[in-house]
Design a protein around this ligand. Sequence first.
Ligand code: G3H
Ligand code: 13P
Ligand code: ZN
Length: 316
Amino acid sequence: MIVTTAQLFKHAYGKYAVGAYNINNAEQAMGLFRGCIQSQAPFIIQISKGARKYTDKKMLEAIIRAADEIFPDAIFAVHLDHGDEETCYDCIKSGFYSSVMIDASHDPFEKNVAITKRVVDAAHAKGISVEAELGMLGGVEEDIKVEEGNACLTDPAEAEAFVKQTGCDCLAAAIGTSHGAFKFKGKQSLHFDVLQKIKARLPGFPLVMHGSSSVPQEEVARINAAGGQIKNSMGVDINEYLPAAKLGVTKINIDTDGRLVWTRVHREFFRDKPAEFDFRPPGKIFIDEYAKFIASRNDKLGSTGQIPDLRKSLGK
Ligand code: G3H
Ligand code: 13P
Ligand code: ZN
């Protein structure tokens, strides 16, 4: 069942975080739905601009509608990840998305406010909620690469002003993470101090953590043992998800970890079966492994087992 992102946030806020997982194809969708049904966890499917271009945006919509039929007990929202203004309007117009993200975080504050406000007005007119971003994460985001030196944490006072001026429904705050597999150099930790200050200024307001993959080291080791070359990778400590959720982080974005599962499965499969050329056997393994991975992350987000209570609160 597709619900609004606002409904998911209302149920989760301050108690647990909803996992927001990116999909690009049918195998990812199957693993994601299976994992979330196994966990009895609500979730958000995220579609990036790159994913919309990979096959065709209509293909992804059809996959999600089919998955909704195959897994009638699933409760989820559909979200545009890192949209620009034009893509946001396209998604709002389509009537398929529960929420959109307008990412104008690379623009100066006033321009970010102006763009976000325009998208908020268009989205709210159709009952769609809007995620905006303030502050800058390091790493690669769509086709924009932010050097570590230019990444900056969200300023709590600016966050309060930004939310008031734009009317956005949730805010992606930069609290020390970055996109991709190389998040930290030294000791890894989220900036809980910044989070606490934002929460004090915006009580009850849902925050979003991007760049939340944990980059499991055993996954990377298996990839490298099967011919990969991923060096000096590091991710977020999965035991920090729930403490962040208690401080208002209601949506936690995970994409890179799924790519690592895919890479490990396929590298090992073709290393061990060099004469194989059917994509379905490794595809099946990937779906199973991704479902297991998703269930393990839902456990850490606190979203496992929330479906029955959510269903009750939705009156469904
Ligand atoms: O933050 C970016 C997400 O991981 C999506 O990545 O733009 O390569 O689809 P993508
Ligand atoms: P990761 O690269 O850490 O998976 O972050 C994904 C993300 O933030 C998608 O918006
Ligand atoms: Zn992101």
